[in-house]
Design a protein. Structure first.
Length: 494
């Protein structure tokens, strides 16, 4: 492979058009960083309504007949983003021209045909990576992301000839091992896979088909989104049944920390009431006042404003916040709380109830608004992110960039990016936030209390803010690391 590899980047999400979490942001930022580093990248993504509306000029470049099984015919549309990134839109209206999210209906129920929808995405990805591709452009690397494209390396293995020096290599990136794409064994025929694939060292996983396991089994190299998470998923607690396979493939597994998209910059952010940088942190107060006014919070200068921007799920530890919220709000030293996110109905209701119980001191915005998320990061004093596990996390890095020291559980990418404030780390100049260990309310409360105490010490707080804002979370390093992974994948044993 030359220093400028051709990369087919396959994803089920891409910001700003289709996004449920970090994968959407990464699918926009990483290919752009790879292109800046010299790679020739194409992004393959389903032609969701938001994408077809955003690119009405997209032109047809290929038609694919129905493959074996019950997968339908489809076509490829070519488009280019405003920043010059080439998109390959997989057009199959019966599968992708739907209201709702990529995986769920507007009523938040999983689409019953998700196996076929993302089986088609994986099958087309494998086709484009093979000598049977209808396109003249051939990738050196097929880069798959999470379970929706996990079946692609298996299709390459079972259905296409990969012999020869020019054969495409594959890389599987795990963004969250908890989501594995599990479907009934009966789908094997529908997906056009041979019976021989349904074995323990194939796509079978405890009597079901696992898209993610297929990718981990057959990809030439595996990556995940932080070094600590790469170690955690090889252990029983966070391995979700795949830790044995990941230990077996540990030599092929690498953790690469995600970067932060350039738009998350407090000095240039157009959504803020007042832009600022590390030399002008006093201006950050204007963002706090503006956010408080926008959310209907009372002005309480003696209490820090804590913020959460998150999916409201147990994984994100929001139940821990709810367990200690009254203590944080009522007992000295008191705080205020602002929450932005959606998720499980019980947590949405609980935060609404908390806001009603503490009018003017708690705000709960159920839903998601990208612009408001920027204002949360700039307007908050302290960011809470008590995830039970977190493969990488982006919001803690946004918070560091915005001079909003985070309180996080020391897991995954949170452990790799947030350095706990201690006498030793302050002396070393590395302290930038607060961490805790056991995933329980008492540990979160203790860490948050430490953060509030530090906030009441302005000189100490400024040091933490400046340390966080000095960190380099650009995508350039991540792109260089992925190029190393691509080279290793291309030099796989025959």
């Amino acid at each position: 492979m030359s220093s400028a590899p051709r990369v087919l980047f396959v994803t089920s999400e891409i910001a700003p058009w289709q996004k449920t979490g970090g994968l959407g942001d990464i699918s926009a930022a990483l290919p752009a960083a790879l292109a800046s580093a010299g790679a020739d990248v194409r992004i393959l993504v389903p032609a969701y309504p938001a994408l077809t509306a955003a690119f009405p000029e997209a032109r047809e470049i290929a038609r694919m007949a129905p493959p074996a099984g019950t997968l339908p015919a489809s076509r490829l549309l070519a488009a280019t983003t405003a920043t010059g990134m080439p998109l390959l839109l997989l057009d199959c209206p019966d599968f992708f021209a739907r209201l709702g999210g990529p995986y769920q209906s507007p009523g938040r129920r999983n689409w019953p045909d998700n196996a076929l929808r993302f089986g088609l995405l994986s099958r087309v990805a494998a086709l484009l990576a093979s000598n049977d591709s209808p396109l003249d452009w051939r990738p050196d690397i097929l880069h798959c992301n999470d379970w929706p494209s996990g079946l692609a390396p298996a299709y390459l293995h079972y259905l296409y000839d990969r012999r020869g020096d020019a054969a495409c290599a594959s890389v599987m990136t795990i963004h969250n091992l908890a989501f594995q794409g599990l479907f009934p064994a009966q789908r094997l025929v529908d997906l056009g896979l041979p019976e021989a694939a349904f074995v323990y060292d194939g796509v079978e996983f405890h009597g079901q088909i696992s898209f993610l396991k297929a990718g981990l089994q057959f990809a030439d190299r595996i990556s995940t989104v932080s070094p600590t998470y790469a170690q955690e998923i090889q252990q029983d607690e966070l391995g979700f049944g795949l830790d044995g396979l990941l230990r077996y493939r540990s030599a092929d597994l690498r953790g690469i920390l995600n970067g932060v998209e350039a738009s998350w910059n407090s000095a240039t952010d157009p959504y803020l009431a007042q832009r600022y940088d590390a030399r002008h942190l006093a201006a950050k107060v204007k963002n706090r006042k503006a956010l408080a006014a926008e959310l209907g919070l009372i002005e309480e200068a003696a209490a820090p404003l804590l913020a959460i921007v998150s999916r409201l799920t147990e994984q994100k530890g929001v139940d821990l916040v709810l367990a200690i919220a009254d203590q944080l709000l009522d007992e000295p030293p008191r705080a205020q709380l602002a929450v932005l996110g959606n998720g499980e109905a019980e947590f949405e209701t609980a935060f609404r109830t908390l806001a009603a119980r503490h009018p003017g001191r708690v705000a709960a915005v159920i839903g998601f608004d990208e612009r408001l998320a920027h204002r949360f990061e700039a307007g908050a004093d302290i960011f809470l992110m008590p995830s039970r596990f977190e493969p990488c996390g982006l919001n803690q890095m946004y918070s560091l960039r915005y001079g909003t020291p985070p309180v996080v559980r020391a897991t995954g990418g949170l452990a790799d990016t947030v350095t706990d404030c201690t006498a030793q780390t302050l002396a070393a100049g590395s302290a930038n936030g607060f961490t805790f260990g056991p995933p329980d309310g008492a540990s979160l409360l203790a860490a948050t209390r430490r953060a509030i105490d530090a906030w009441h010490r302005p000189k100490l707080w400024r040091r933490l803010q400046k340390n966080g804002m000095a960190a380099d979370f650009s995508w350039a390093k991540a792109a260089a690391d992925y190029l190393d992974v691509y080279r290793a994948a291309r030099h796989r044993p025959a």
